[in-house]
Structure formats: structure tokens, C-alpha cells
Design a protein around this ligand. Structure first.
Ligand SMILES: C[S@@+](CC[C@H](N)C(=O)[O-])C[C@H]1O[C@@H](n2cnc3c(N)ncnc32)[C@H](O)[C@@H]1O
Length: 284
């Protein structure tokens, strides 16, 4: 019998090493495979953050592989090494944290509050403690990996009431793992909690026309964005959970509709960063 592309890929890479497309296909849940895997409606509907227990899901992923769960590096097991790798490769690689910690927070003349959504092991808190004197750090995460008096366990959608009004909200490598409903809920909550002039700085996977068809490996046919749902949305696949990769303009439209001014946007491969502000009131 003629072998499908996926079966050939499985043979070529070896079991467990084949790209997602082939693996999903093998599970019998994929319609076809042409370098882009299409996951079924049923698969998406049963494996997304709105129907899964977020607290349990993230607890299990960290138990399974802390390195994979925090920074996509299953080979790393030491907490300090994971924190350092996250700071060096995931955060500082983009200009955002340099600007956030090195410029905004360090030069902040007032005593102000910042909230980090999904702080993981607390690598950004370490940096803030080291470099910024005037900042009171708060955190919310669905799975608490360290103790801090201002770190709260959240429900995945809302900012706990105990967290006071804020001047800064920061989140890296978290929003790509959220459902559209969770993203929208956080955007609205952040807007309400921010004082006027306050900043919301975050990063997540984003697609634009220019990156849509990029190949990571031309010979092996591996794409930067290789998974779609039945409606044509690009999908992030993470420990059996699926979330949508939005287009940059869609994200900006959503943020602006809430009232944010998007002051800066940047794309590096599949990663988009945004600097948004709650505008000062203008009197006409
Ligand atoms: C990939 S890790 C990144 C951790 C950290 N930001 C870093 O860059 O090292 C994602 C983090 O987001 C948290 N998280 C996932 N969904 C969340 C949600 N809905 N609300 C708050 N935190 C969430 C996870 O528990 C985890 O700590």
C-alpha cells in the first residue's frame, strides 16, 4: 500500500521525533498533511484552555518537564539554569525587557506597582529586585512555582482583587498559551487596573503575511507555522493543548477597541511584542 507523507516522515525522523504533523496524523485525528497539519474541530474543542483545568494542566506540565514547560527545553532540569535560560534567551533576546527593566522601571522616580502575569519560576522578579528599587512586584499564575507574599494563584482569566492599582503590567511567553477568551478577559482587566499613563507590555506568538509561509527547514519541509484548525487559524500545540495564533492586526484592533494605545509592535520570526498604554485623559 502506498505510504502517506506522514508515514514517510515518521520513518525518516523516527518515532517521537517526527514533526507534529506526522504525529497528529498518526493519532488519526488529522485530515491531511501537506506540511500543514489540520487538527479537527473536535480535537480543538476538547483540548483548549477554556475546557481544560488550567491549574491542573500547568501543574502536570511542570511535573512532566519543568524545562519544556517553562522554556521549551526538555533537556534542562535545574531551576536556576531554566531561569537563566529564560531570561537570556526568551526575555532579553527581544528588546522588550531591556526597555521595560533597563529603561522604564530603573528610571521610575515614583513608588509604583507592577504585575507580572505568568511569572513561572520568577526570573523577572529576580531582575526587578536586583535593578529597581521603587517597584512593588505582584504576580498572578495558575500554577505557583515559588513563594512570594504578592504572588497569587489565579483562575486563568482574572486579576485577583487583592492586587492594587497598577502602573505596569508585564507578561512574556504566556499569552500564546491562552484561549482568545482568556486573552480578552485579561486585556479588559488590565485596562481597568492600570492607572492612566500605565503600561502593558507583553509578547506572544503572532503571525503576519511576511512570516506566514516561512520554512524552518526547507529540506525537511518544516514550517514556522505548521498547524491549523479547520477554520484556517494557525495553532500553537503545547503538551496536547491547542491555542490560536492571532494575526498582528487582529491583536492591535482588539487592544485599541478596549482603549489602549499601541505605542510599539515588533515581530521576530513567530514572536510578537507589544507596548501598550492606557492613555491620559484629554479635556476638550
Ligand atoms: C511558558 S511559561 C513562561 C514563564 C515565564 N513567564 C518565563 O518566561 O519564564 C508560562 C507560564 O504562564 C503560566 N500560565 C499559563 N496560563 C496562565 C493563565 N491563564 N494565567 C496566568 N498564568 C498562566 C504558567 O503556569 C507558566 O508559569
Amino acid at each position: 500500500m502506498k505510504k502517506t507523507t506522514s508515514e514517510k516522515l515518521l520513518e525518516y525522523y523516527g518515532e517521537g521525533k517526527a514533526p507534529y504533523g506526522a504525529i497528529l496524523y498518526k493519532e488519526g485525528k488529522v485530515k491531511d498533511y501537506d506540511g500543514i497539519t489540520t487538527i479537527s474541530k473536535d480535537m480543538f474543542e476538547t483540548q483548549n484552555p477554556d475546557v481544560m483545568d488550567n491549574n491542573l494542566f500547568w501543574k502536570l506540565t511542570t511535573e512532566k518537564s519543568l524545562g519544556q514547560s517553562i522554556i521549551g527545553r526538555p533537556d534542562l532540569t535545574d531551576k536556576n539554569e531554566i531561569k537563566l535560560t529564560s531570561t537570556t534567551y526568551c526575555h532579553l533576546k527581544s528588546a522588550l525587557p531591556n526597555y521595560f527593566i533597563g529603561t522604564l522601571l530603573r528610571n521610575e522616580p515614583r513608588n509604583v506597582n507592577m504585575l507580572e502575569i505568568g511569572p513561572g519560576l520568577g526570573n523577572i522578579l529576580d531582575l526587578v529586585n536586583k535593578k529597581c528599587r521603587k517597584i512593588e512586584w505582584y504576580g498572578v499564575d495558575v500554577n505557583l512555582l515559588f513563594e512570594h507574599p504578592n504572588l497569587y494563584k489565579g483562575d486563568g482569566y482574572t486579576i485577583p482583587d487583592e492586587i492594587p492599582e497598577l502602573e505596569y503590567v508585564y507578561s512574556m511567553n504566556v499569552f500564546q498559551h491562552l484561549s482568545l477568551k482568556q486573552r480578552l478577559s485579561y486585556y479588559n482587566q488590565i485596562y481597568d487596573k492600570l492607572n492612566t499613563g500605565g503600561y502593558f507590555l507583553f509578547g506572544m506568538f503572532i503571525v503576519v503575511d511576511k512570516t506566514e509561509n516561512l520554512m524552518i527547514d526547507e529540506d525537511k519541509g518544516i514550517r514556522l507555522f505548521g498547524v491549523k484548525d479547520e477554520y484556517g487559524n494557525y495553532i500553537t500545540h503545547f503538551f496536547s493543548q491547542f491555542t490560536i495564533v492571532e494575526r498582528q492586526n487582529e491583536v492591535i484592533e482588539t487592544l485599541e477597541a478596549i482603549g489602549f494605545v499601541v505605542e510599539f509592535k515588533h515581530i521576530n520570526n513567530n514572536y510578537g511584542t507589544f507596548i501598550c498604554r492606557k492613555p491620559y485623559l484629554t479635556i476638550e
